[in-house]
Design a protein around this ligand. Structure first.
Ligand code: COA
Length: 467
């Protein structure tokens, strides 16, 4: 019978309570020796936990968000072949994964030399493994010490290049889908900096294909972008200018927006909602509570009605995951908030279970916190649908950018009195412009229009929320 190997968190120094930020395997997955099972990230370092042997994952014993220390159980792997020379190997052996060292280590080799210096040892002696390359994980790391089983030989050509970058840079790269092994490093000792990652993304987006010919050839296999280079203009030639650095929020959201704009085939649909009755009701409740602390905002009605519409059309509350659609049974609604530092998106959790007053007060508190720059990351994550309301400012329509990995976003502009024909005469009706951008891979035009029409119906007659 094959051995069942218990993989545990290796010696990770003095760290305890280290968050698990990624788990790459599920029960039943085949894993190569040295393939990454999970990634831990402390405030100073990121490290992969590799599979010490090739085999089938029989149990996954941690999950994203867990906090672990040395010795914590990671997974049970049924070894494909008998494990090599584990110390005191037994039928069911517990193995501490060879630590795949911290990416912050000042002694880590520069990427340029890592491939050659990271030869995988085939020795079975625990002490013999001095450098190791992660085979299938998202990143490669170089270890300074190792225990337990050495991985099998890896073809030199297939060995990924070890990278040297801080956890925040790795996080940025993960968010942008950048393979760090392809990013040229400009930091000391070959370290990849955040600017290197953004420069790489920029150059990938601007990659000129046959630019000189003026007619870019399609990329091989239809993949990739064949964009003309970004115009390089010396603006000072034309008049006085100031150069102001972008805020941190703008830089980060800019990268995400560019990715979402380029990667998501989104279409924007428009609809008018008659909110005459809603607005009368809102004003009436606010008058009644003028001395209290309840102030119903239009945003609260939009959130409440959106949740009801999402419940009716669940595809709009989903995410694409390869060939699968993840339909979320929770309704966490993000809303764009304009702050002096840039756009942020706080998230109201489980919005469906909250009253209008609760939604209004929570959105107000989150918007205040956003403007003060005090939102915690957890307060900006996990949204299943987003609303971007420009209604307090103006506008008649716009095309919001879908906030990946969500598939739809609702844009709202300023309500205005409009003459609406009732069959006999024109009636003044307070009309709210809605703009829904949706990922066409998931939401086609008919579905998007049904969703919007349903949402407009709910806003026009709030009694429908009770149905
Ligand atoms: N039509 C007409 N009036 C509107 C309206 C609309 N669609 N939406 C809001 N208003 C009114 C409000 O009722 C309020 O008036 P009141 O005090 O009489 O009630 C006034 O405009 C100010 O509203 P606002 O400050 O916008 O509050 P809000 O609760 O509606 O919105 C935020 C809160 C956080 C969404 C909003 O302040 C914000 O930051 N919006 C910008 C979002 C953004 O930048 N999106 C673009 C992304 S590309």
């Amino acid at each position: 019978m094959s051995e069942l190997i218990e993989v545990r968190v290796p010696d990770i120094g003095d760290y305890a309570d280290v968050p698990v930020i990624d788990v790459y395997v599920a029960v039943g997955d085949a894993i190569a020796a040295d393939g990454a099972l999970a990634t831990l990230e402390s405030d100073k370092a990121t490290m992969d936990i590799p599979a010490p042997v090739a085999g089938i994952v029989r149990e996954v014993l941690l999950k994203v968000g867990d906090r672990v220390a040395q010795g914590a159980r990671v997974a049970l792997i049924e070894a494909a072949a008998p494990a090599q020379a584990a110390p005191a190997a037994s039928a069911d052996a517990a193995i501490t994964a060879a630590p795949v060292a911290t990416s912050m280590a000042a002694t880590a080799p520069a990427p340029a030399t890592a491939a050659s210096s990271s030869a995988v040892s085939t020795s079975s002696s625990p002490a013999a493994v001095t450098a190791q390359v992660s085979g299938s994980g998202p990143q490669a790391f170089v270890s300074s010490a190792a225990t337990a089983i050495a991985p099998p030989p890896v073809e030199a050509a297939a060995a990924p290049v070890a990278t040297h970058a801080s956890p925040s840079v790795r996080k940025l790269a993960r968010e942008l889908g950048v393979d760090l092994t392809r990013v040229p490093a400009s930091g000391p000792k070959g370290r990849i900096l955040a600017d290197d990652v953004t420069a790489w993304v920029k150059s990938a987006l601007q990659a000129p294909a046959a630019a000189e010919t003026g007619s870019p050839a399609p990329a091989a296999g239809g993949a990739g972008l064949t964009l003309a280079p970004w115009p390089q203009v010396d603006f000072a030639k034309y008049g006085p200018v100031d150069s102001v650095p972008l805020s941190r929020i703008k830089k980060m959201s800019g990268a995400n927006l560019a990715r979402n704009w380029v990667m998501i085939p989104a279409v924007t649909y428009h609809e008018d909602a008659d909110i005459t009755a809603l607005e009368e009701f809102r004003q009436q409740i606010n008058r009644e509570n003028a001395k209290g602390n309840i102030k119903l905002t239009l945003l609260a009605f939009l959130i409440k009605s959106s949740v009801a519409a999402l419940q009716r059309f669940p595809e709009l509350n989903s995410s694409l995951d390869g060939d699968a659609l993840i339909l979320k049974k929770y309704y966490h609604i993000g809303f764009a908030a304009d702050t002096p530092h840039g756009l942020v998106v706080p998230v109201i959790r489980d919005a469906g279970g909250k009253s209008l007053a609760e939604l209004a007060s929570e959105a107000g508190a989150l918007a205040d916190k956003a403007r003060a720059g005090k939102l915690a990351p957890a307060e900006m994550s996990g949204a299943s649908f987003t609303i971007s309301s420009l209604g307090g400012i103006g506008g008649t329509a716009f095309s919001p950018i879908v906030n990946a990995p969500e598939v739809a976003i609702l844009g709202v502009n300023k309500a205005a009195m409009k003459p609406v024909w009732n069959g006999e005469t024109f009636e003044p009706r307070l009309t709210l412009p809605l703009s829904l951008s949706a990922d066409h891979r998931v939401v086609d035009g008919a579905l998007a229009t049904r969703f919007l029409a349903h949402l407009a119906g709910l806003l026009a007659d709030l009694r429908r929320l009770l149905l």
